[in-house]
Design a protein around this ligand. Structure first.
Ligand code: F6R
Length: 362
């Protein structure tokens, strides 16, 4: 059941600290600065990887974009992220040392399964990051990593997105340690932040009353825009997807620097802008983007780190500083914002029109 919540989505948003504890339980070894993941792919192959290709759809694609930003600096290898339905393998591609990673909550998404089959045809090594033990994808790939988020019933993915990124952070740490590109000390720092994640998420959940007030205040807006840089850019995309799918209101996410290259034309006093001012990616430059939209009259909700002045934003929501995981924590605030906008509009939040939890057609 919904355990006292009006919607599964609300229950699942609030389950996130627990889901994260499950995702990381027994998987952190701070002494060696490594993640214990029972990966079956052999170390020699992991050391020889010269390209990683991530394939996924929707929210899982956004988790893949986040993972790219996490993995690349740790292992010094190019990570390509493809929307699964767009994935192609080109003739002459080095298949020997490529790892193809499918990110899929259900493990049943037809587009993602089909991409994995395209990768397997010329012999590439495949890996799945999934929530579903025994799913089709797990039978097709060489090895899997489970995100252990527990069942997700609401059509909108919430806790599984956060658990996917967390599992991918553990995987990135494991790759970095195995390849020798990440020191034990730096690995331990990442793991320390992962350990702090459940409480950090809880602190944003505790701010729900203020976030609900903002949602109620802006429910009649023409559209909502989300802007972010670096790791917050995929979170901006994800936040917009969540808001549009459950509220049926126009929402878009942009790289903050792209605003002036077109989207700024849409900005008015009726288009609130939610800006991720995360410490991990030049918040000063994003401050300038905030000024650009404010001068067009748009109300700005700044998602700012504690102690980082967002005083020029009309509203601020405080996010605990958690290094490269901070934008992930900020995503909790935009999940709640999307939920309360949709709830205020009386939408059927757990079953938005035209959508299915698991998309088994291409
Ligand atoms: C959005 C949402 C979808 C899924 C997508 C992929 O809230 O849930 O965008 O993320 O259909 O599904 P999986 O992860 O099961 O492959």
């Amino acid at each position: 059941g919904k355990a006292g919540h009006n919607h599964y989505m609300h229950k699942e948003i609030h389950e996130q600290p627990y889901a994260l504890r499950q995702a990381i339980s027994g998987r952190i070894d701070e002494l060696s600065g490594n993640a214990s993941l029972n990966i079956e792919l052999d170390d020699e192959f992991l050391r020889d990887i010269d390209e990683i290709q991530i394939v996924a759809c929707g929210t899982s694609y956004h988790a893949g974009l986040y993972a790219k930003e996490l993995i690349e600096p740790l292992i010094d290898v190019t990570v390509r992220v493809d929307i699964a339905s767009e994935y192609e393998v080109y003739d002459g591609h080095d298949t020997q040392n490529t790892l193809v990673v499918a990110v899929t909550q259900s493990g049943e998404t037809a587009d993602t399964l089909s991409a994995i089959r395209r990768a397997k045809a010329p012999g590439m090594t495949t890996f799945a990051v999934t929530n579903t033990v025994g799913s089709t994808i797990t039978r097709e790939v060489d090895d899997s990593l489970f995100i252990k988020a527990g069942p997700e019933i609401g059509v909108a993915a919430t806790k599984t997105f956060v658990s996917q990124v967390t599992a991918l952070t553990l995987f990135a740490t494991y790759l970095g340690r195995t390849r020798g590109t990440l020191s034990a000390g730096d690995g331990a720092d990442i793991l320390k932040n992962i350990r702090r994640l459940p409480n950090a998420v809880q602190s944003v959940l505790d701010a729900e009353p203020e976030i609900k007030c903002l949602a109620e205040q802006y429910v009649d807006s023409d559209a909502f825009f989300f802007i972010g840089r670096g790791l917050a850019q995929p979170v901006a995309l994800e936040s917009a997807l969540k808001l549009k799918e459950i509220s049926y209101t126009h929402a878009e996410g942009f790289a903050a620097g792209e605003l002036k290259h077109g989207p700024l034309a849409l900005v008015t006093e009726n288009t609130p802008v939610l800006a991720f001012l995360n410490e991990s990616a030049s918040p000063k430059e994003t401050f300038n983007n905030v000024k650009e939209v404010e001068s067009r009259g748009a109300p700005v909700i700044g998602l700012t780190t504690k102690g980082n002045s967002g005083s020029f934003c009309k509203h601020t929501i405080e996010i605990p500083n958690l290094g490269r995981l901070e934008p992930l924590v900020a995503n909790i605030a935009t999940q709640l914002f999307a939920y309360h906008v949709a709830n205020e509009m009386g939408r059927p939040i757990d079953k938005p029109r035209n959508l299915a939890k698991s998309v088994t057609v291409e």
